[in-house]
Design a protein around this ligand. Structure first.
Ligand code: HEC
Length: 400
């Protein structure tokens, strides 16, 4: 992989070297940075590759893009970049897909082959506006700035964030404001019994507690964020009940590889319905809890299936598949239709996926979940919350 990459980088250099003097002045015939490459980078890469972003280098300027041209061509051709796990062929379309089209992948290559020309400045790039929530009712803040533990590259930390509402209200919109963008890889938040949260917090010194697997599977998921996500308005008329007696627990995945450990103050804005939303929504889980993956076993398939019982049908809007680090692949189908198909699972890039259009489901339809695991260790691996345990789980965002 490294060798292939260097080869492409070298090639880019060679093309540049071959430019005869004066040749630069001819209008380039291939794609140019200003006309073609910059808009694509803005759309698909700068959510992370920007000054202060989570990626190891910025792609904000022509010089930066030119320097990385060969690496960009290699990383997009191999589909390593942009990070996006689900296959799309044959599955229902997903909102916010980061997957590049074949033409977009080819664009990076053609630009390298053309000698990475800058081209004439196109119309000035419109500044990317961060869309705010329609209304912010509550802002949840960490109890105090948290500095990830530098001895862990990946620190999964939970914090209890009381919401202070005296009545039950539904969450209809969420907006996560990552503190140190270079460190915050994902944010997931849940409604939890405050006593349970307090017990976890008390058991771990420092602010919050270590929670690789989240705050426990009986927690009610409220929302999530990954780099590049802006404010999320839940589908019109739907909302997730947040009860007065619950507290919010947020799990933040910190990765300190790019930035070192710095004090973080991530916050979460919630938009709440006045009372209840028209259609209460929930992230409802389906899982196989009973598997055993024997030692030194690769490619073990664990499956779960349910016949939809929920009152004769409803609507499913999205899904959040979940395994730990021994997961290799995970897929979800509904009546034989592919909803999510991840062929190369990466625990560190997990996120929820919303469908382009909501799907109706009918009573009696079968929903199937399939997880594939590699267990190279000398121990049996079963369901559990620890890093060394596994899960085969999917949450669906559903309404009646
Ligand atoms: C969601 C965040 C994110 C997005 C979007 C993204 N990257 Fe990356 N990129 C990363 C991170 C993080 C790394 C560091 C390596 C890793 O963690 O996989 C990286 C690494 C790379 C590398 C180095 C690969 C290597 O082998 O070392 C290249 C080249 C790259 N990205 C290009 C791109 C291009 C081109 C795009 C857009 C088409 C893009 N990235 C979009 C986060 C992102």
């Amino acid at each position: 992989m490294r060798h292939a990459l260097c080869f492409v980088v070298l090639l880019a250099g060679c093309f540049n070297a071959q430019n005869a003097p004066g040749e630069e002045e001819r209008p380039p015939s291939g794609p140019t940075y200003r006309q073609d490459v910059q808009p694509l980078i803005a759309q698909s890469c700068q959510g992370c590759h920007t000054q202060g972003g989570i990626a190891p280098f910025a792609l904000d300027t022509y010089d930066e893009a030119k320097r990385q041209a060969g690496a960009m061509a290699a990383a997009t051709t191999s589909r390593q970049m942009p990070p996006w796990m689900p296959e799309e062929e044959g599955c229902v379309p997903l909102k916010g897909s980061r997957r590049l089209t074949d033409a977009e992948v080819k664009l990076f290559q053609s630009w390298v082959e053309a000698g990475t020309p800058e081209g004439a400045p196109a119309a000035p790039m419109p500044a990317k506006l961060e869309k705010p929530l329609e209304r912010v009712d509550v802002t949840l803040k960490l109890p105090a700035p948290y500095t990830p533990r530098p001895e862990l590259t990946d620190d999964y930390r939970c914090f209890a964030l009381p919401h202070g509402q005296a009545v039950d209200r539904d969450v209809v919109g969420v907006n996560v404001k990552p503190g140190v963008r270079k460190m915050v890889h994902h944010v997931l938040f849940y409604a939890v019994d405050p006593a349970q949260a307090q017990a976890s917090d008390d058991a771990d010194p420092g602010i919050g507690w270590e929670c690789f697997a989240g705050p426990g599977t009986n927690a009610k998921m409220l929302g999530g964020w990954v780099p590049g996500t802006s404010a999320t308005q839940y589908p019109a008329g739907t909302g997730i009940p947040l009860l007065a007696r619950e507290t919010v627990v947020v799990q933040i995945h910190y990765n300190v590889a790019q930035s070192g450990a710095q004090a973080d103050e991530t916050s979460i804005e919630l938009q709440l319905a006045d009372g209840r939303a028209a259609k209460p929504a929930e992230f409802t889980a389906m899982a196989n809890w009973w598997f055993n993956i024997p030692p030194m076993t690769m490619g073990q398939v664990v499956e779960a299936s349910v016949k939809i019982p929920l009152g004769g049908g409803g609507t499913v809007w999205g899904a959040f598949p979940h395994m730990h680090t021994k997961g290799r692949a995970i897929s979800v189908t509904k009546a034989g239709q592919c909803l999510i198909d991840v062929k190369e699972w990466d625990f560190h890039w997990q996120q929820s996926f919303f469908f382009e259009s909501e799907l109706r489901y009918a009573a009696g339809e079968e929903v199937k979940l399939s997880c594939t695991f590699d267990n190279p260790t000398s121990s049996n691996v079963t369901w559990g919350e620890r890093t060394t345990d596994e899960m085969c789980l999917v949450y669906f965002y559903v309404t009646k």
